[in-house]
Design a protein around this ligand. Structure first.
Ligand code: SF4
Length: 350
């Protein structure tokens, strides 16, 4: 009975009015998939523009599978967490080769695709295919921990299982997709991380966390490790109206183009020696600016330097880009300031 009350109250509240988000106007599995991947770690308001541009360019699985990774990363530029785009690409190719270009309507098969974890599989299964599956993201976990006054630390396999099982009990068989959306909406608008709106919450009468006065302190999260600060010299190496970019192979920002850089070095001689080791002879020109970028675990504090190369030596993964190419290649937000400075210099404004 309590289970039915909770589900009914949450759905009734959702039905009274919710955010009109573009992916809520469709049940198309492909579109739901794209939205769910973009929404991982990113706010809905930020995702809207990316989602619409992405679907205009990639209207179906096949068009996505046939894209080059470089073009796909360009459409992802600025959204961050670029491994999501790389996995999306691989998954689209798998869907074409194994499922004829249509997303499978099966929880286990969805879960087996690159980039699709338990939450995303549950969300696609329930919203697009009407399967009564649990979709537990951080928002939903917070609602459940507070509603049930679960004080154990979240993030452990045991807690993940307990919360998923609880949500599974709550999912109504007749409206699993609406319930998944309603729970996400609860977490985003009502049971927010700070200052939950308990006074107007549709389930306040039966919320144990509220009754015990501990709602705002839940979920019980492990303290985050302090972010590591990396001091990087970013090298804008110019030569006859072009600037040097290199394709990153590392996991962080892999597949994107960045300017050559050097950790913990800022002396002109060290910068020139670094380039020399890459096979590029260059003379130091001066500091152009500073920038900072905060990743989840690392902070990049960047000093941006200009250098003039003797010639455009070919290096593996390197591109000597003119202003047009510099604007067209996929670069991460982390080097946005450096790109602006490079463009200003290439266009004679700096
Ligand atoms: S009453 Fe408060 S803590 Fe409980 S579910 Fe509602 S908003 Fe969250």
């Amino acid at each position: 009975m309590e289970r039915e009350n909770f589900t009914r109250s949450v759905l009734a509240w959702y039905d009274q009015g919710h955010r009109d988000l573009p992916w809520r106007r469709t049940k198309d599995p492909y579109q739901i998939w794209i939205s769910e991947i973009m929404l991982q770690q990113t706010r809905a308001e930020t995702v809207i523009g990316y989602y619409e541009r992405f679907l205009a360019r990639y209207p179906d699985v096949r068009s996505l599978a046939q894209s080059s990774q470089e073009e796909l990363l360009k459409y992802w530029e600025g959204l961050g967490y670029y491994s999501r785009a790389r996995s999306l690409h691989k998954a689209a190719q798998m869907i074409c080769s194994e499922y004829g270009g249509e997303l499978p309507g099966d929880l286990a098969q969805l879960r087996a695709l690159p980039g699709i974890g338990d939450y995303t599989a549950g969300a696609i299964a329930s919203i697009a295919f009407g399967i009564p599956a649990a979709a537990v993201d951080g928002n939903v976990e917070r609602v459940i921990c507070r509603y049930d006054a679960l004080t154990d630390e979240v993030g452990t396999p045991a807690m993940r299982r307990a919360v998923t099982q609880r949500v599974q009990e709550l999912v109504p068989r007749d409206r699993p997709g609406a319930f998944a959306n309603a729970m996400m909406e609860m977490g985003a608008r009502m049971c927010t991380p700070r200052n939950p709106a308990c006074l107007i919450c549709p389930v306040r009468e039966s919320c144990r966390g509220l009754a015990q006065g501990i709602a705002a302190s839940l979920p019980n999260k492990k303290k985050k490790k302090a972010q590591r600060v990396e001091r990087r010299a970013v090298l804008l190496v110019f030569c006859r109206g072009r600037v040097l970019l290199v394709r990153r192979e590392e996991r962080l920002l892999g597949g994107l183009y960045v300017f050559p850089d050097l950790l913990d070095g800022r002396e002109p001689s060290a910068l020139c020696a670094h380039l020399d080791a890459m096979g590029v002879a260059a003379a130091y020109d001066g500091v152009l600016g500073q920038a900072k970028h905060v990743f989840t675990h690392i902070i990049w504090e960047m000093e941006i330097h200009a250098l003039e190369a003797d010639g455009m030596t070919e290096i593996p993964g390197g591109v000597w880009a003119d202003a047009q190419q510099l604007a067209a290649l996929p670069l991460p937000t982390a080097v946005r300031r450096a790109r602006e400075l490079a463009l200003e210099r290439l266009e004679g404004r700096l």
